[in-house]
Design a protein around this ligand. Structure first.
Ligand SMILES: Cc1cc2nc3c(=O)[nH]c(=O)nc-3n(C[C@H](O)[C@H](O)[C@H](O)COP(=O)(O)OP(=O)(O)OC[C@H]3O[C@@H](n4cnc5c(N)ncnc54)[C@H](O)[C@@H]3O)c2cc1C
Ligand code: SF4
Length: 565
């Protein structure tokens, strides 16, 4: 029996374990395996293999039973995920349904999840921007949250490292608040976007309109062919999984790359229950896993553990990892685990029409949009709220073809499309302030089907967010009006936090173990062979889309872990 146990422990022992195979876990796996570590990736969802498991990728619109929409009964049963714009018939199989994985909303919170190989990297909108020191220094300057233990220079080489592999299309815009990266050729702004860019540059110093920086391959085809990926064809059906590997996902890029090293073991349907702590050694020794299908439990061992289960699930796993040394969750000496959760404020939008530029139209598709980098409170505090917002900005010309007739008249209408006015739209992407009162915790009674405690979420907007929404609406409406845009409409859709899908924090980085959970290398202060490199580690949220920063932090942390020996 003893021999059998030793054999079992040997078979289940790896150099490193990565929990979660999504955006950040994929990067941890790639870097660990490339550096020669035998690595086990534990993924709670089913296997989704690149190309093979994209069932809708080549379907025509009329081949969808519900013409692309989600039937009303499914929407009714799953109100949270149904509020996500990308939850459509062609990609619904990549989303977690509310009914499958319940959680407790102490305050309304739309938690959007993807439980499968690749996590949400299959579904994302692929916008990637670097942070600048205006972002990293924000908390220290404004006095909210705690000081980040790193600055832009710590991450800059890792941003480059990640961008080169991912493939990022963008312009070198030379903006101090949005550092340039390793870019492939940029996509183009439409005529009305170019007009607005020029107008804003002339009339609003310090404000810019740029083409989005997005994780699509637009050049250097030979390099990406080595990953089995090809140039983006602008199909704009990305959320189905791309048959060209034109956009970056863990499925198309990091995981196959890691597999090629021969050092990756990928285990699906493996729900990590908790991280096991060795009281004698004062280190984590492995993880306890529940088989999602059979509910059997197994232990796996490694001296190095990367936790990348996505921000809130990472909090859940740590809170659930109790021992005599850590009765309130692994690394939770200061009682702050699960607290200071923040998100991005996407509540507001402004749209309008433009009657000029009639000599131009748009042609083809573009899996990207324009971007307005943050311009409020960058160089100095100028408003009554802290921090600021970035914004999306896009403009297209609509076709207003008359479909009302039949026969020859309809044919003529279709063959001679009538172009309507330019339509422009913007949505805000505001930074929110991490607060102790915004937290996640384990429900003391309710458990899920695998015996894991349900997560309780208590996260909300505050007065700072309300003031920011007001300012965004005023500023963008004013710029639209000054540019000659008409029929300006504004909205505050009062959506719950979470629908931005950029939830962050709960295991924040910091200098001081009394006020933070992770050090500057993303190691738990109190259990240094556990690294957290997904959104849970974020000390503040900035306004930029966060995934590029998670990936860069993951690559940097692996480098550190391996150098430690
Ligand atoms: C529609 C949409 C649009 C988006 N657009 C953008 C964008 O433009 N730019 C941007 O930067 N970000 C965007 N995002 C957010 C982006 O997808 C996430 O930031 C990113 O995927 C987070 O990476 P992650 O590794 O933390 O989590 P995920 O990618 O979600 O991966 C986490 C993985 O961990 C697994 N897991 C969870 N719990 C356990 C457990 N207990 N045991 C084992 N495995 C577990 C999950 O199944 C999942 O596969 C978007 C997201 C969506 C859905
Ligand atoms: S737009 Fe590009 S990345 Fe998206 S599905 Fe089409 S080819 Fe693939």
């Amino acid at each position: 029996m003893a021999n059998l146990n030793i054999q079992h422990a040997k078979e289940n022992t790896f150099d490193a374990i990565v929990i979660g195979s999504g955006m950040s876990g994929g990067w941890a796996a790639k870097e660990l395996t490339e550096k020669g570590l035998k690595t086990l990736v534990l993924e709670r969802g089913r296997a989704v293999d690149h190309l093979k498991d994209y069932p809708t990728t080549n379907l025509k619109p009329w081949e969808f039973e519900h013409r692309g929409t989600i039937p009303a009964d499914i929407q009714k049963e799953n109100p949270v995920v149904s509020r996500c714009y990308a939850f459509r018939e062609d990609a619904q199989h990549f989303f977690v349904k509310d009914t499958e994985h319940p959680y407790v909303q102490d305050k309304p919170f739309d938690w959007i999840r993807g439980y499968q190989t690749g996590g949400k990297s299959l579904l994302w909108a692929r916008q990637v921007q670097r942070w600048s020191d205006f972002d990293f220094e924000g908390p220290a300057r404004d006095g909210f949250a705690v000081d980040w233990p790193i600055r832009y220079q710590d991450l800059a080489p890792w941003y480059s490292h990640v961008e080169k592999f991912v493939g990022v299309s963008g312009n070198r815009d030379g903006l101090p608040n949005l550092p340039d990266g390793e870019f492939l050729p940029a996509m183009e702004l439409s005529a009305v976007e170019q007009y607005f860019k020029g107008f804003v540059a002339e009339n609003y110093p310090g404000r810019d309109i740029i083409i989005g920086r997005c994780a699509h391959i637009t050049g250097n085809a030979e390099y990406y062919a080595k990953q089995g990926r090809a140039l983006c064809q602008h199909r704009v059906l990305c959320q189905r999984g791309c048959p060209f590997g034109g956009y970056f996902s863990s499925n198309s890029a990091t995981l196959p790359w890691a597999m090629k090293t021969g050092n990756l073991t990928m285990q699906n349907n493996a729900v990590v229950h908790s991280i096991l702590y060795d009281e004698t050694k004062g280190r984590a020794k492995g993880v306890l896993v529940i088989d999602a299908l059979t509910k059997e439990t197994t232990e796996y061992y490694a001296d190095l553990i990367f936790l990348n289960a996505s921000a809130l699930n990472t909090n859940l796993v740590l809170l659930n990892s109790t021992s005599s040394r850590f009765p309130n969750g692994l690394g939770n000496d200061n009682g702050l685990l699960g607290k200071y959760v923040a998100f991005h404020n996407y509540r507001a939008g402004v749209s309008a029409e433009y009657e000029g530029l009639q000599e131009y139209t748009t042609q083809g598709k573009r899996p990207n949009g324009g971007y307005i980098p943050r311009f409020r409170n960058v160089l100095r505090q100028e408003t009554d709220f802290l921090r600021g917002y970035a914004a999306g900005f896009s403009g297209n010309r609509a076709i207003l073809t008359d479909h009302s007739d039949v026969g020859e008249n309809l044919e003529n209408s279709l063959l001679n499309p009538q172009w309507g006015p330019w339509r422009v739209g913007s949505h805000m992407m505001g930074e929110t302030i991490p607060k102790e009162a915004s937290y996640v915790a384990l429900d003391p009674h309710e458990k899920d089907a695998w015996g894991m405690p349900l997560l309780r979420v208590s996260v909300d907007y505050d007065q700072n967010d309300e003031a920011m929404i007001k300012d965004y609406i005023e500023q963008v409406s004013e710029m639209f009006d000054a540019a000659g845009f008409k029929n300006i409409r504004t909205r505050d859709d009062k959506r719950a936090p979470g629908l931005d899908i950029h939830e962050m924090g709960g295991v924040r980085m910091g200098h001081d173990p009394k006020t933070s959970l992770l050090n500057k290398w993303n190691q738990l202060h109190a259990c240094q062979n556990v690294y957290v490199t997904d959104g849970a580690c974020m000390t503040s949220t900035s306004t930029q889309n966060p995934s590029l920063t998670y990936m860069a932090l993951a690559a940097r942390a692996v480098d550190h872990a391996v150098k430690q020996g």
